[in-house]
Design a binder for this molecule. Sequence first.
Ligand SMILES: *[C@@H]1O[C@H](CO)[C@@H](O)[C@H](O)[C@H]1NC(C)=O
Ligand SMILES: *[C@@H]1O[C@H](CO)[C@@H](O)[C@H](O)[C@H]1NC(C)=O
Ligand SMILES: *[C@@H]1O[C@H](CO)[C@@H](O)[C@H](O)[C@H]1NC(C)=O
Ligand SMILES: *[C@@H]1O[C@H](CO)[C@@H](O)[C@H](O)[C@H]1NC(C)=O
Ligand SMILES: *[C@@H]1O[C@H](CO)[C@@H](O)[C@H](O)[C@H]1NC(C)=O
Ligand SMILES: *[C@@H]1O[C@H](CO)[C@@H](O)[C@H](O)[C@H]1NC(C)=O
Ligand SMILES: *[C@@H]1O[C@H](CO)[C@@H](O)[C@H](O)[C@H]1NC(C)=O
Length: 394
Amino acid sequence: MVTVTLAILLSAVVGAVSAAPVEEKKAFSFNRRTDGFPYPLDEVDKLEEDLIPKFQAYLAKKNSSSHGCTLENAVRRQEWHDLTIPQREEYIRAVLCLQSKPAKADKTQYPGLNSRYDDFVLTHETQAFHLHSTPHLFPAHRLYIWAYEKALREECGYTGYQPYWNWGRTAADPVNSPLFNGNASSMGGQGAPSNYSGVMAMGFQKPYDVIPPGGGGGCMMSGPFANMTISLGPIGGVLPDVPKNPRTDGFAANKRCIRRDVNKNAAAVTFANYTYSLIKNSPTIDKFQQDMLGIPEKNDWGVHMAGHYTIGGDPGGDFYSSPGDPVFWFHHGMVDRIWWIWQMQDPENRMNVLPETPPKDDFVDLNWTVGRENTWDLNDSIGGAGGKFCYIYV
Ligand SMILES: *[C@@H]1O[C@H](CO)[C@@H](O)[C@H](O)[C@H]1NC(C)=O
Ligand SMILES: *[C@@H]1O[C@H](CO)[C@@H](O)[C@H](O)[C@H]1NC(C)=O
Ligand SMILES: *[C@@H]1O[C@H](CO)[C@@H](O)[C@H](O)[C@H]1NC(C)=O
Ligand SMILES: *[C@@H]1O[C@H](CO)[C@@H](O)[C@H](O)[C@H]1NC(C)=O
Ligand SMILES: *[C@@H]1O[C@H](CO)[C@@H](O)[C@H](O)[C@H]1NC(C)=O
Ligand SMILES: *[C@@H]1O[C@H](CO)[C@@H](O)[C@H](O)[C@H]1NC(C)=O
Ligand SMILES: *[C@@H]1O[C@H](CO)[C@@H](O)[C@H](O)[C@H]1NC(C)=O
């Protein structure tokens, strides 16, 4: 692919009248599913498509020869429902595989580690504040998902890429969606009924100070991860009756079932109109991030929190341990996707900004999952991380 790109660049230089080399514009297509499929493009999908020409023009002005990644050769992360059932099953097998491999982190230091999968959970726990500091939330999670996708592919032979979850597709009825319906090709279903009283939404006025429960909250009853045992944590969390970890840092073994509350009440603010409005009405990266994290004055929990609590439970509802629920990666994939769409609206001015403008030498270190990277090199999915990032969302 690098050779092809170089050739295109070279022929453009030779053929161009002006001095600036311009990459040849190729037709780009999302190639989304159209086979009588129940998910027509929503307003966010359409916005993403409409922005491509502008983004192509921006990329054409950049010199991509150092990394060779282009819009056309970038790998494509797809929405779960756009995958065929065999593709979904292949993905699930890879996750189960990662959950069966030994951890790389030190089990004597972190006895709660069950598997290689738990290296990722542990990283989110030990690095919780590093991952969630204002400037890091977007770039660090971008790197984190990329590292997870790499592990699925390189350590478990997965041939696809990390799927994302377009919240709007499941917002009306999450528990009956192919993502959460609990059948063998879903990412697991509802939890058993429990009597937890919902999720506190700090800073919101009544009745929005609580996300009411969605009917689950107990052990996940169906789907390929139904019998999954988790062990690290909890450190935070929303369920009152989860057994406490024997160690105050949460790193001891605490074997218990995975619990979920697939929750329509949380999902209610994840319809595509909310996401669209967030992307369109956030002129700065700081506002984009703040509004994604919740707008108390509008009683809007924000798509980030609402997405997390559409799953909730344990560990999904624990700020520290949330990646222990395998849907975490789908949710943060969508967060990463809408950051990219936000960027594409004005690439000249938005590809190179991060919330709170961290120092130039700022870095992200995700310990057992991926090497340390300069934060400023994580702002571009086309060529970021020293050229290792080369993906788009379709
Ligand atoms: C593009 O970058 C490569 C490698 O960084 C460099 O060798 C080349 O001169 C650059 N080309 C232009 C036109 O700036
Ligand atoms: C699982 O759900 C999908 C999507 O709803 C459906 O197409 C498929 O037939 C279901 N499989 C089983 C075994 O129920
Ligand atoms: C219901 O709540 C009580 C305490 O509030 C708790 O002891 C009990 O285990 C809960 N029952 C279920 C089924 O979760
Ligand atoms: C979960 O465990 C039960 C009881 O051992 C078993 O019948 C069921 O097939 C298991 N489900 C999965 C998805 O592994
Ligand atoms: C967004 O769409 C949903 C579902 O169609 C609707 O119930 C809700 O009122 C809309 N919200 C806004 C803020 O437009
Ligand atoms: C990210 O933004 C910084 C600051 O403007 C810029 O120096 C850097 O080149 C950008 N990184 C990428 C990969 O575009
Ligand atoms: C994880 O990364 C942080 C930040 O660089 C570092 O301080 C810490 O020592 C690392 N921990 C391990 C176990 O690698």
